[in-house]
Design a protein around this ligand. Structure first.
Ligand code: ZN
Ligand code: ZN
Length: 271
């Protein structure tokens, strides 16, 4: 099994203060063969305001220094978790262009409301006893996800955590299932497959192992071929957490390989 975790954060992200060197040390300790730092660049910040440009100079400086130090211990890649790309396609494309040749991997994310609820991160919404708001956020997020995959395929390599709204819907005790949205999700998966992009199994540091068998089954039925795995760690203790289980689930769903990315092209590793 090729142990890889290609969704992880460092001090370049606004919600993480850990130097990349500490995350990589944890990755080596966990026995990872490949690790990708994918710091946040959300076009909308937590509060819903347009964000400042991504600090590529700092991200690249940190990446180069740690890559040199890591040497042969593991393969280190430079990624970006690009949030809310449909909010401002031009800004999204400019940010990716600045990543240049060194950019290996782009996760496409939607963390925010777009065009409603003050464009805030879903984290700040209160879904307690509010099924209407929960349904609204699922519909809105899936609609923007459809925009991303159908109109902006150059702005992502792997679709990150499609279940993101459910993190907070379930946190607030509302019972809603992705199964209620099967038609929309399958349409998204079919488009991801058609354009030869990847689906991410995001195990959220081991906190979400249950969502994926069903979704992987749908993705495979929709013609999906490329799957990436990520723990979405924001601290060293979470690096690789849940990754062995994720790889087992990918294999169990009938996929022969897990994908990692180099220069934004998939590299397949036998499971
Ligand atoms: Zn995310
Ligand atoms: Zn993340």
């Amino acid at each position: 099994m090729y142990l890889c975790d290609i969704h992880s954060h460092s001090q370049i992200s606004p919600d993480c203060d850990v130097p990349l060197t500490d995350m990589v040390q944890a990755a080596v300790k966990a026995g990872l063969r490949e690790f990708c730092v994918s710091d946040h660049h959300d076009l909308l910040d937590f509060g819903g305001l347009p964000a400042a440009p991504f600090d590529w100079p700092a991200a690249k400086e940190q990446y180069r220094a740690v890559k040199d130090a890591a040497g042969e211990k593991l393969t280190l890649r430079l990624g970006l978790e690009l949030g809310s790309a449909p909010y401002d396609p031009q800004a999204a494309r400019e940010a990716l262009a600045q990543g240049g040749e060194e950019l290996d991997f782009v996760l496409g994310s939607l963390h925010n409301w777009i065009g409603m609820e003050g464009n805030r991160d879903l984290y700040f919404s209160d879904f307690h006893r509010n099924m209407a708001l929960a349904r609204k956020v699922m519909e809105s997020t899936l609609e923007h996800t459809w925009t991303l995959v159908s109109q902006m395929p150059d702005c992502y390599d792997s679709l990150a955590h499609i279940v993101y709204p459910l993190r907070y819907i379930h946190r607030d005790g509302v019972e809603l299932s992705i199964e209620d949205y099967e038609e929309q999700v399958r349409a998204i998966f079919t488009e991801i497959a058609r354009t030869d992009h990847a689906l991410e199994v995001n195990v959220w540091a081991g906190r979400d192992l249950d969502s994926w068998p069903l979704l992987l089954g749908w993705f495979r039925e929709c013609g999906g071929r490329l799957v990436t795995v990520g723990a979405d760690a924001h601290c060293p203790e979470h690096v690789a957490c849940g990754i062995p289980q994720a790889l087992e689930m990918v294999k169990g769903a009938g996929f022969d390989h897990v994908a990692t990315y180099e220069h934004r092209r998939p590299v397949l590793h036998k499971l």
